[in-house]
Design a binder for this molecule. Structure first.
Ligand code: ATP
Length: 217
């Protein structure tokens, strides 16, 4: 059976996570203490329940333990987000993903048992900033503190060159892990792969080297 998800907090972030999973045919339960948020999102989830996630009994009645992943998408009410994470952990939820407002909030969520903490505003800020440095950077995802994956549209000077000729590994210290050409996606490009106009390179590397690559390649 495919994974079952519960999303607590149907704000902008929670409803977007819920809807995306639902559109990929996963079973999704949406939980919010605000009836209006439930009504607004009912068509985008498999089940929707109005409940306060800091109420342990209510969570037990929903059977929150049986979900494979529970996302705590409560933002502004930091106390409710922390208390919810703690309750879910104590109840034995297998995987808890929690949204944090800031670093401190994130640290507390980890201490309370979150398996993964996400920082949507911070991460989106990073992505937008990289796109501002170079309009060719379509996306930027941090893998670890200093290492990331970037999607970069090729510059005109790269077109017609092979990966071997570009030699980005020696020149910039980054690695091309995939090339997107229109709808086709080459996930193991060889050294003789020739760059075409509008190709998108997926490159991995140290942030410092990626910056050089984004600015000069
Ligand atoms: P976003 O940026 O995703 O819109 P936010 O960070 O502003 O959200 P809030 O709006 O504070 O976060 O919370 C998201 C949702 O979580 C709201 O719809 C709110 O009703 C719900 N929520 C807050 N506390 C609880 C709780 N204890 N139990 C269930 N739902 C809750």
């Amino acid at each position: 059976m495919s994974k079952q998800f519960a999303i607590i907090g149907m704000g902008r972030f929670g409803s977007s996570v819920a809807r995306t999973l639902y559109e990929m045919d996963y079973e999704v339960m949406g939980i919010d203490e605000d009836e209006e948020m439930i009504n607004d999102n009912i068509q985008y989830v498999t089940h929707a329940v109005a409940a306060d996630s800091t109420d342990e009994r209510a969570m037990r009645e929903i059977g929150i333990r049986n979900f494979d992943v529970v996302v705590v998408a409560i933002g502004a009410d930091i106390q409710a987000s922390i208390l919810t994470t703690l309750i879910l952990k104590e109840m034995g939820v297998k995987k808890i993903v929690a949204k944090a407002q800031n670093e401190r909030h994130g640290q507390v969520l980890y201490k309370c048992g979150a398996d993964r903490v996400v920082f949507p505003e911070r991460d989106m800020g990073i992505r937008v900033a990289h796109n501002l440095i170079s309009a060719n950077v379509l996306d930027f995802i941090e893998l670890a503190e200093d290492y990331s994956v970037a999607e970069v549209v090729v510059s005109s000077k790269m077109v017609g060159e092979s990966l071997r000729q570009l030699d980005v590994r020696a020149r910039y210290g980054v690695n091309v892990i995939a090339i997107k050409s229109g709808n086709s996606f080459n996930i193991s490009p060889g050294p003789d792969e020739v760059i075409k106009p509008n190709d998108v390179l997926v490159v991995i590397g140290h942030n410092r080297d990626l910056k050089e690559f984004e600015e000069h390649a």
